[in-house]
Design a protein around this ligand. Structure first.
Ligand code: HEM
Ligand code: FES
Length: 410
């Protein structure tokens, strides 16, 4: 299979940039230790992640240094061609404003970066180093200007502007290509109708985790839904963490809150609001009805206004899958088990090395994780991007599809 088309950050994945990890890993551990040191660290990280605002802070703050330094670059050009000192004070003030604005910007960037891994972490490290270099160059530029050496000061300012431009481009790569800080739950969209998901008596009242059967993760046909009965009432939220998709069904429950098992974002199950970061977006919530001993869920209003879900891969690519009374067959291929189960049919499809190489995203050895990410896993095996060494034969892909379509039997 051809290599995926490169993007701005692709060269950073190469061995030449492995040294970035040697800087990034200890730095990340240090920053993590500061944020986890106590209540002050936790509250600070929440603010820097934008949890109380339900909006990322770093991308908002970057406007201050980038705006101020862009202004300074224009004023420096005007100063260079001017015969007097008309523009000098304003250029210096703009650089200073950028430096002051960079301080909270860097802090918020660190708070978002601390929960990244692998390539994202490496690119984030490059982004941070390039922008820190720009910051240091602006400091030196300001010192030169204060000492009367304006020409050298302007030259350093020009270099710094080049650095912050590259750093900004890497920042864009972090968000728009690598998806850091992007709400995970935009796709797929839940069904926009009440969907019968569970028998009422299967959701037992009581303290989660202690009473068997509570909480429950079910499917609305497209997305996993986490159900919890609390004081008689059923609450339903999407079971994927909006940070990067952690399985909330495996999280820690306390009253009406759940803590994500991956990076400990915490959410209120009533309205999905984030209580602790790194997630700053709320969980998608579902309206719940109990009728005739059944639980039905439907996305709440906010969910309904989101863009329509893309068609499932089979429909888009015209794969000939037919379902006849629970049996799924592919044209010209082996008949699949009537009811594939995770333990017998699906778990053996994943080798140990598949499990370990995908651990950052999901745990292929764990039923709940595979179920929660079933569509994402299917998408990858269907388009041949997983496993990375050899694509699955069509009958295996069809087996996984059949398992998902039958509600992921355990
Ligand atoms: C003056 C310094 C900095 C500037 C000007 C800057 C600029 C940017 C820009 C322009 C973006 C893209 C935002 C968007 O398009 O939505 C970005 C994203 C990002 N930056 Fe920075 N950055 C700076 C420092 C840092 C530092 C020190 C870190 C820590 C490693 C960092 C981590 C990140 C992360 C993780 C993102 C992804 C979005 C997010 O989760 O916040 N940045 N940055
Ligand atoms: S996936 Fe990161 S906190 Fe949930």
């Amino acid at each position: 299979m051809a290599q995926q088309a490169p993007t701005l950050s692709s060269p950073i994945a190469g061995a030449r940039f492995a040294w970035l990890d040697r800087v990034a890993v200890p730095l990340q551990q240090g920053v993590y230790a500061v944020f986890r040191a106590g209540e002050v660290g936790r509250v600070a990280k929440n603010w820097l992640n934008g949890v109380p605002l339900r909006h990322r802070v770093h991308p908002a703050l970057v406007a201050i240094p980038i705006g101020a330094w862009t202004t300074a670059a224009v004023l420096d050009v005007l100063d260079g061609v001017s015969s007097d000192d008309t523009y000098q004070a304003a250029a210096d003030a703009a650089i200073l404003l950028g430096i002051v604005g960079a301080v909270p910007t860097v802090a918020a960037g660190l708070a978002d970066w601390v929960d990244t891994y692998d390539h994202q972490r490496r690119v984030g490290m490059a982004h941070a180093l390039v922008n820190s270099t720009a910051l240091a160059l602006y400091g030196a530029s300001l010192a030169l200007r204060a000492g009367g050496n304006r020409t050298a000061g302007r030259a350093l300012g020009g270099l710094a502007f080049g650095a912050v431009s590259l750093g900004g481009a890497l920042g864009g790569e972090l968000v728009y290509t690598l998806g850091i800080g992007v709400t995970f739950l935009l796709y797929p969209k839940p069904r926009d109708a009440y969907v019968d998901v569970l028998a009422s008596d299967a959701l037992v009242e009581g303290t989660p985790r202690v009473v068997e059967g509570t909480p429950r993760v079910v499917e609305d046909g497209r997305v996993p839904v986490l159900l919890l009965r609390h004081e008689g009432q059923v609450y339903a939220v999407e079971a994927w963490c909006p940070h990067v998709g952690g399985p909330l069904g495996d999280g820690a429950f306390e009253g009406l809150t759940v803590e994500c098992p991956w990076h400990q974002s915490c959410f209120h199950l009533d309205d999905g609001r984030p209580l602790n970061g790194p997630a700053s977006a709320p969980l998608r919530t579902f309206a719940v009805q109990e009728r005739d001993g059944r639980i039905l869920v439907r996305p709440s209003d906010e969910g309904k206004t989101w863009p329509p879900a893309p068609a499932p891969p089979r429909e888009r690519h015209g794969r000939s899958t037919t379902t006849v009374e629970g049996e799924t067959t592919m044209k010209g291929e082996t008949t699949l088990p009537t009811t594939p189960t995770f333990s017998q049919d699906i778990r053996p499809l994943f080798r140990d090395k598949d499990v370990s190489s995908m651990l950052q995203a999901f745990d292929l050895s764990n039923y709940d994780s595979v179920k929660a990410h079933a569509e994402a896993i299917y998408g990858r095996v269907a388009d041949g991007t997983m496993p990375c060494d050899v694509a699955w034969p069509p009958e295996r892909v069809a087996l996984l599809r059949a398992w998902i379509d039958q509600g992921c039997p355990r």
